[in-house]
Design a protein around this ligand. Sequence first.
Ligand SMILES: [Ca+2]
Ligand SMILES: [Ca+2]
Length: 319
Amino acid sequence: MWRSVRPVVIAIALAGLVAACGSNDDDARTESTERQEDESSETRAPKGDPRGEESDETASPVDETDGEADTGATGTDVPADQPPLVVDGILVYDYEITVINLTQGQPLSPPVLATHRADVEVWKLASPAGNGVIQIAENGNPGPLIAELTERRAAGELTDVRAGAAPLVPPGSPGATALGSGPCAAGCADRVTLRLYAPADDPRLSWVSMVVCTNDGFTGDSGIELPTTIGEETVIEARAYETSTEMNTENLADIMPPCQGLIGVLSPSGAPGIAESNPALAETGNIIPHRGVIGGVELDPAVHGWAEPVSKIIVTRVG
Ligand SMILES: [Ca+2]
Ligand SMILES: [Ca+2]
């Protein structure tokens, strides 16, 4: 059900996802990148978007001496004389970003991405996580973070906000094949490609995705630099972290339900799992490198464990 980038829909859909094991929602599958592009375009850059209905003739004047948007077009089909992209009065670059799950036994929740300037922060290692990041790390729920980032974007703090629509699952896992119902009814992929604008002046990306078969694990990047050369493919790997807000019980009863079906390891007790924070399991701490799956309870290090990195993104500036 992680199929729309619209926050409200996602929040509602996630609740449905929990119960989706028994549903017959034929439409609940990972849709194509094309569909994600179509749907997500509703939420982005409504004004002055050169790719939108308004032409770039409405764009603000650009300091050509500082801009790189119309230069350096080597090894790409972007014309060298392409006009600068200006969104909401800011010179931007256009990026294609593919997020890939590198694990063998962990689904990743639909990733949430935001682009921004270097002085903006979405999350930070060794600092407490905000509620939006916590809701992803504990419950795989992207809605609160999308809402938070969308609000910050409206205030001019962020340049673009995008989200995947389905879990990213290891190739060959049950989630990658037809499950008949749930978020991967027709099979999920290990990757998703999204398009984002980023500020041309020191473009940065932050993103977050839950490592689903954990208590409060996630992967992503915080304020990484994006490449500025058009057409050049850049690969950036990411490790697993935890928000230190939920104890690592490694009990499937405490872990969000899609974990079991997507990976194919069911709770011995038949517990469905839970996609809400449990106060009894709360802990207080900072974002730290994830301590990994220890084993001895219900998560199996041989199945759910991982080697770092757990994810990577492939970034290409396309305009
Ligand atoms: Ca949890
Ligand atoms: Ca923890």
